[in-house]
Write a protein that binds this ligand. Structure first.
Ligand code: FAD
Length: 456
């Protein structure tokens, strides 16, 4: 018998529960990836290029046996199952709003093929499947800390699945009898950023280097955008070139660094849960009371938004971060919080404008983490920063980029300003030309933001 292993956000061969489930049912497997226009269109060139690179790497790991087809999964997956005579299709469950609905549709379509093919879900992109951690009365957690206590108990026994490319005997896709046409992984779209290395091997190398060099001190350095102190695993978790189980296995123990790292993995699961329970929170204020807050829109607001996007706000740390996003398709977490706070509390713009811009440019752009990260900063989400906590764009820079190296790296106009003075160029006797004045008076806008919140 044949099983289909349908890869989606799990573009790897190690730690793959789907392989074990397929092995129980069948003596050979077809490896499948579907280029789904509904997902590809909003992904933008950066994530699309990264995805294509991961697919080429996966195909190589599978000895050239990955079948790639184009189309709506509801249509193509059942036709492929029929073409290879499969009685099961194996996936890691998806929990985003679109993924859930797509899988239900595919499951139904498979069930109504002649022999009734089963969609078998094994595992998910998370350590704990969204929806499975609840309060004792069955209600979802809306606050992180109690969620994390429960989560910590659940992950005690999580271990990577012992798999590799040889776990299954892969069928040659050209042996399939009819069905949708195989396509090549398309050429990468043109990308104007330096993307990280794609694929499972790159994920493992990056992870091992992080564990060797930075994990022990992670708790101290994770807030420093001027240092390479974070794991850069977000993009690999997004595409599943590594599973968080593998990261957890490397970050066990009571050390401060490992404990703090697990806490971040927990945040990722938490937002996966929140999105599962409250899919509307991807688009609307989690707390509906904020629907009424006064926001700036219109021409002047759009002009301010562009200055923010281009990294020309006149606040060096904010501008460095926005340019890092353009240049690297990634931004340090501390700076994601700072630029989000700036957009919402200094410019009074809708958080979803910023969230959309992030989703267009981030190579790790992920609906659950991004939308809820934004809502956290805006003060409208679960467990949000209290609305009266307004980040100061200058002191954020001075605290977390104390020598100014991060700013000098990303803002060439300020490259000759030495030390922490770079965070307030307007105070220099001779401010460098070509760098803008601060676009707002932070003190005044902070008061304005608080007034708008208080008016609710
Ligand atoms: P590390 O510090 O090494 O953390 C390890 C892993 O923990 C990360 O890879 C990530 O999976 C998880 N993690 C860490 N912090 C968070 C967090 N605050 N929320 C959820 N998971 C977290 N993360 C994304 O993966 N995609 C996004 O689109 C995204 N958008 C964000 C938008 C805003 C406004 C904010 C404040 C945060 C956002 N984050 C997002 C979370 C976080 O900034 C990134 O996961 C992190 O910067 C990725 O770098 P890293 O892998 O080196 O992180």
């Amino acid at each position: 018998t044949t099983a289909v292993v349908w890869f989606r956000r799990d573009l790897r061969v190690r730690d793959q529960p789907t392989f074990l489930a397929a092995k129980e049912r069948a003596d050979r497997a077809l490896a499948l990836f579907v280029l789904d226009p509904t997902l590809l269109e909003p992904a933008g060139p950066r994530r699309t290029a990264f995805l294509f690179r991961c697919l080429r790497a996966l195909d190589e790991d599978l000895g050239g046996k990955l079948l790639v087809v184009k189309g709506d999964p509801e249509d193509v997956v059942p036709r492929i199952a029929q073409a290879v005579g499969a009685d099961s299709v194996h996936v890691a469950a998806d929990f985003g709003p679109y993924g859930r609905q797509r899988d239900e549709a595919v499951e139904k379509a498979l069930g109504s093929t002649g022999d009734g093919v089963e969609l078998v879900r094994s595992g998910s992109p998370y350590l704990t499947e969204p929806g499975t951690i609840t309060k004792s009365d069955g209600d979802p957690y809306k606050v992180f800390t109690p969620f994390s206590r429960e989560w910590t108990k659940r992950i005690q026994d999580a271990e990577p699945a012992d798999t590799d490319a040889k776990t299954l005997t892969w069928m040659d896709p050209s042996d399939k009898d009819g069905g949708p046409r195989a396509v090549k992984v398309p050429d990468d779209p043109k990308v104007d950023a330096e993307l990280p290395e794609a694929g499972e091997q790159a994920a493992h190398e990056q992870w091992e280097a992080f564990v060797d060099e930075h994990l022990t001190d992670y708790d101290d350095t994770r807030d420093r955008p001027d240092k390479p102190g974070t794991s850069r695993m977000s993009v690999h978790l997004k595409y599943g070139t590594v599973h968080p189980r593998t990261l957890l296995a490397g970050a066990r123990g009571n050390g401060k660094g490992a404990t703090s790292y697990r806490n971040e993995l927990c945040f990722r699961d938490f937002y996966g849960h929140v999105l599962w329970w409250f899919p509307r929170s991807a688009r609307e204020n989690f707390d509906p009371k904020f629907e009424k807050i006064e926001l700036d829109t219109g021409k002047a607001a759009e002009q301010k938004f562009r200055q923010w996007q281009e990294g020309r706000t006149g606040f060096p740390a904010i501008d460095a971060a926005m340019r890092q996003l353009q240049g690297e398709a990634w931004m340090h977490n501390r700076m994601r919080m700072a630029v989000a706070s700036f957009l919402v509390k200094d410019l009074h713009l809708p958080w979803w404008w910023g969230a959309k811009h992030f989703m267009e440019l981030l190579v790790d752009g992920d609906l659950a983490s991004n939308q809820h990260g934004w809502q956290w900063a805006a003060g409208t989400g679960t467990d949000a920063a209290p609305y009266f906590r307004v980040f100061n764009p200058v002191t954020q820079g001075e605290r977390f980029d104390p020598q100014g190296d991060y700013v000098r790296r990303w803002v060439p106009e300020l490259a000759d300003v030495e030390g922490k003075k770079v965070h307030q160029p307007w105070k220099l006797p001779d401010p460098p030309s070509g760098y803008p004045e601060p676009m707002v008076d932070h003190k005044a806008e902070r008061v304005e933001a608080l007034n708008r919140f208080n008016a609710l």
